[in-house]
Structure formats: C-alpha cells, structure tokens
Design a protein around this ligand. Sequence first.
Ligand code: SF4
Length: 344
Amino acid sequence: MSENTISTSRPRVLSGMRPTGKLHLGNYMGALANWVKLQDQYECYFFIADWHALTTDYADTSQIVPNIKDVLLDYLAAGLDPEKSVLFLQSKVLQHAELTLLLGMITPLGWLERVPSYKEQQENLSSKDLSSIGFLGYPLMQAADILIYQPQFVPVGHDQAAHVELTREVARRFNNFYKLGGEEVLPEPQVLLTPSPKLPGTDGRKMSKSYGNTISMTDPEPVVRQKLKTMVTDPARVRRTDPGDPDKCPVGDLHKVFSASEMLVNVYEGCRTAGIGCIQCKGWAADALVQVLAPIQERRASYTEAQVAEILEDGSSRARARAELTMVEVRAAMQIGPQETDKN
Ligand code: SF4
C-alpha cells in the first residue's frame, strides 16, 4: 500500500507495546487477541515503542533491536495483518519526538509527577536510577504517540484506562491554547475498553515478565507442559484425596480462559470431588494451551527476516504520512516551524 492510501472511513485506533522481547500469553490475551478482532472494524495503528524502552533501560540498549524483531513477529503470529493494520516502529516516525517536545512545553510538571506508576516503578525498580527526564516524561511521550494519529479510540484494559486520561488532559490543554481556523486540532481520544481475562503466571501472580512466571507465545509444547507441571494450585488441596476449588486455583483460571465448556465441567466436578488429581488437570490445561499456541507458532514460522523488515518499513512509512498530517496542523496552530513554506 502506498503512503497516500490511508483509509479514513472507519474510526481510528492506536495502541502499542514496548519491545521487551518475546511476548507471553498475558500479552496475547490482554491485548493482541483483541487487536486482531479490531482490525476489521477500525483503521488500526499498532506500534512498537522502542523509545519507551529507553525510559527504564537506557544504560544497556543491546537488546532493543532483536526485541523489536521478536515483538513484530509476535504481532504477526497473533494474527495482525499488515494489509489491514499499520504496524510500525516508533523511532521511524520522528514526528513523535517533535510532538513530545511541543507538548512538553505546555504540560505542567505536576501532571507527570502525580502519575501513579511514576513513584511505583521508581520503588519497584530500585536497582535502576529512574530520576531521569525521560522516565518522568514517558506518559507525555505516550500522549504524543496517541494524539499524533488523532485516533477516536485507544484500546486498553481496565487497569490502563487511567493512562489515557492524561492524554485527554494534554489534548484539552493544547486545544485551549491553540486552534486552527477556530477548530480544535487534537481530538480527545476515548478509551475502548477491551476484555482482558485474569491470566495468572506459573506462580499464581499476574503473568508478567518481571515476575519470571510467563508462558511465552513461542514456548514449544514440552516447555509448556513442564511449566504447567510446576504451576501452583489451590493451596487447600494438599493431598490427592483433598477436594479443591478451581475458583481458588491458578490452573483453574487458565482452564476458564482456554478450555472448552465440557472440559470446564470435568475440571469443576473432578476437582471439587477429588475425582481427578492436579497432575491430570494440569495436563488438560496444557492440552488447551498447546492447541491455542500451535497456529500462532505456525504463523510466526511462516515469515522470513526480509518480510519482517519490509513490513516494518512499509508500516512506518504509512504511519509517518499520517503523523505528518497532524504535525502540519499542530505547527500551523502553534505558529511554529518548520512551516510548509520553509520547506520550499
Ligand atoms: S484439580 Fe485442577 S483446579 Fe483443582 S486444585 Fe488441582 S489443578 Fe487446581
């Protein structure tokens, strides 16, 4: 598709992920599976936020490039289709940096300091010095990432809905100061709440790379089965003869997300009557996971390195064209260069 063929008939959505390496089932169920569904209804922009990787991992950048490739492959493996969605890399669209800088001029420091994750992450990642301007400013860069595509919606789960609020506030402030021909330039995007089922990791906590409890989208079958074997269960089920409760068991949570309803009946019945053992139950859960992962892994293997590079180039070029449309309006509204006439 050329840079100029940008569909405008459907509402636009935008979302992205940091290149943290291979994605896991929590990323898949919490975001990617929903993004895949959105592709037919919306004009979708999905990006890899490589500049955001620097906000916490600025000292060692050696993994960013390989991680970008892995994340893009996982996007494609999940079913994102470059013919339907614009898949792009943040750093290939320099307009994000320009808008971040301009929005930084109008955003009060206090708005960023009060973002809950600012203090939380500084405490959680105490081994890193996160007292940088980049880390404080990452929600602002996020706002620029979103607003530069003038999307109607940002698909997020419940836990991230608050993040979009800052973006809306920044847009409101910009629109109060600057207008173009009396019109607002940066529409306030709405949250598009997407279902994100509870997906525990192998230790029972939320599946997260930082806890080391993930099942990756790329894990081969024996690894999935091994990880399931070590997964924690209902603590009340100490002996094989003790009845348990799938509602208090992380393995039960996996069944609820991935198993068919007939299987769920067997799990509830077998667990509550001690009719099945946890090993058997975990085997069933592993069967369900392997079934979900097989087509994903097959799709991943079908892409060559050259195709991946081309998809990212093409998507980034389309994203640049769209971002520049916004920047032309932003610069004109702010009466700041480079103006169109400066380029001649
Ligand atoms: S039988 Fe299944 S649901 Fe019940 S405690 Fe064991 S692993 Fe969990």
